[in-house]
Design a protein around this ligand. Structure first.
Ligand SMILES: [Zn+2]
Length: 110
């Protein structure tokens, strides 16, 4: 349970609890496209089944730019998010599409 906020602007510190699940340490590379360091770390710590779910959920969660509507998945941002059911969460970041920095709505798109 929990998530790690990529928090690209360094704004708004999150209480991101590290997920402490005893994993097998097996490789989970087949479930990810191009994991970042933190993603690799988390995926390595998780049991394979949970790692696959974490990667999937991280791709379903998106931050939507208020200026242009561009959606960026949590995974693309280099973050990982799973077991989360937050509603109305927002994150402050810069939009890759229009360059606007502002609060972006976080929502889950299954
Ligand atoms: Zn935008």
């Amino acid at each position: 349970m929990g998530y790690i906020d990529p928090n690209p602007d360094g704004a708004k510190p999150q209480s991101a609890e590290p997920t402490t699940v005893g994993g097998t340490g097996g490789t989970v590379r087949h479930v990810v496209d191009r994991p970042t360091g933190i993603q690799r770390l988390v995926l390595r710590l998780l049991p394979r089944r949970m790692a696959a779910r974490a990667a999937q959920e991280s791709k379903e969660w998106v931050a939507v730019c208020g200026a242009c509507g561009h959606a960026t998945s949590w995974w693309e941002m280099g973050g990982i998010r799973f077991g989360a059911a937050s509603k109305g969460k927002r994150t402050r970041r810069r939009c890759a599409a229009c360059g606007e920095t502002g609060w972006q709505r976080v929502e889950r798109r299954a």
